[in-house]
Design a protein around this ligand. Structure first.
Ligand code: SF4
Ligand code: MG
Length: 340
């Protein structure tokens, strides 16, 4: 059976006065039901743009999109915005870093969840209210009978995040897209929300796409990982493989910038330099201006030739876009010992 979400050679461009912004270039991945795919990268890597494309949230008058996005067998690329609205309600929903972007401050939490349900179900207000109560309970909000009539400001940050998850799940979406869902929360609450996502996935069997810059979060919840840089996938495989023996220098850089308990008070090593402008990408490998390993590759290949995304070995799943002949040997010998 085909995976629930199949993205093939997706390209997303925004025309600007300075030239087209190439936000996503030739991205392909698959997400079956019951699995969590983490899309990882810094801001400007194209990770949010590619998830918004799946939700059909771009203004199509200002966006050029090509390739294919199949959601439950239905082609999304080129679909009318009306068709997309229906797909969004039936198949997919999204939670954001900032609950304010989904929860309106002027309306009671329970009313907002009920209305989200009524937008897609012909039911009475009473039935929808009961559904909201059930959802608040499901996401671990204590005393839902009282909480349902409160306003968002009466909830803590973690509780608001739970309420937003309740609202995202009220219509039983097959795909849940979570864009940096825990970035604004403190570490303890962050762990609780990740546990909740894990539990809900077991219960509902949904597909989850998690957008994050944090490989620590990936380790907690992801089955598969796609690392993006400058609009392209640079590494893709199972979380187990990518985290244990990553084969792209950019992924190594991300791993080195995870705070761990033992290094909490030390300086983290951020990746030197900044992500490139998507209007004017570097030649060859887009990561070359920041990569410490350019000179390990013979000739000028890193600066002149775009590497393909290729599998490292036939048995594994890990694919990466790098000219290094044996990147894992370098990782094991030089990078890994430095990771706490
Ligand atoms: Fe670094 Fe070259 Fe590999 Fe790009 S292709 S990541 S510049 S070693
Ligand atoms: Mg983002």
């Amino acid at each position: 059976q085909e995976p629930f979400l199949v993205v093939d050679d997706l390209r997303v461009e925004f025309p600007t006065a300075d030239g087209p912004v190439q936000a996503v270039q030739g991205l392909s991945y698959q997400l079956p039901m019951g699995r969590t795919l983490a899309i990882v990268g810094e801001s400007g890597s194209g990770k949010s743009v590619s998830s918004m494309a799946v939700m059909g949230l771009h203004d199509m008058r200002r966006t050029r999109m090509s390739g294919s996005i199949k959601l439950g067998g239905q082609e999304i690329v080129g679909m009318s915005s009306q068709g997309m609205r229906k797909v969004r309600g039936d198949q997919a929903s999204m939670i954001f870093q900032d609950p304010q972007s989904s929860l309106h401050p002027y309306f009671k939490i329970g009313w907002q969840i009920s209305e989200a349900y009524r937008a897609h179900h012909k039911v009475s207000k009473k039935v929808a209210r009961n559904r909201a109560l059930e959802m608040l309970d499901r996401v671990g909000i204590p005393n839902p009978q009282r909480r349902i009539d409160q306003y968002p400001y009466e909830f803590s940050g973690g509780m608001r995040q739970r309420a937003m998850i309740a609202m995202a799940l009220v219509n039983d979406p097959k795909l849940l897209i979570a864009d940096e869902p825990t970035t604004a929360l403190d570490v303890t609450v962050q762990a609780q929300i990740l546990d909740l996502l894990n539990d809900l996935q077991k219960e509902f069997g949904s597909a989850i796409m998690l957008i994050t810059h944090d490989l620590g979060v990936v380790a907690e919840v992801a089955d598969d990982v796609l690392v993006m840089y400058a609009g392209r996938a640079v590494e893709y495989g199972t979380a187990q493989e990518v985290l244990a023996s990553p084969s792209h220098p950019y992924t190594w850089g991300l791993l080195e910038s995870i705070p761990s308990v033992s290094t909490e008070h030390e300086m983290l090593r951020p990746i030197r330099g900044n992500p490139p402008s998507l209007v004017n990408l570097p030649s060859g490998c887009s990561f070359h201006p920041r990569c410490p390993y350019v000179d390990r590759v013979s000739g000028d290949q890193c600066r002149t030739e775009l590497p393909e995304l290729v599998r490292r070995d036939q048995l594994g799943t890990d694919a990466s876009r790098c000219h290094l002949a044996d990147p894992r040997a370098i990782f094991t010998a030089e990078v890994e010992p430095g990771l706490a």
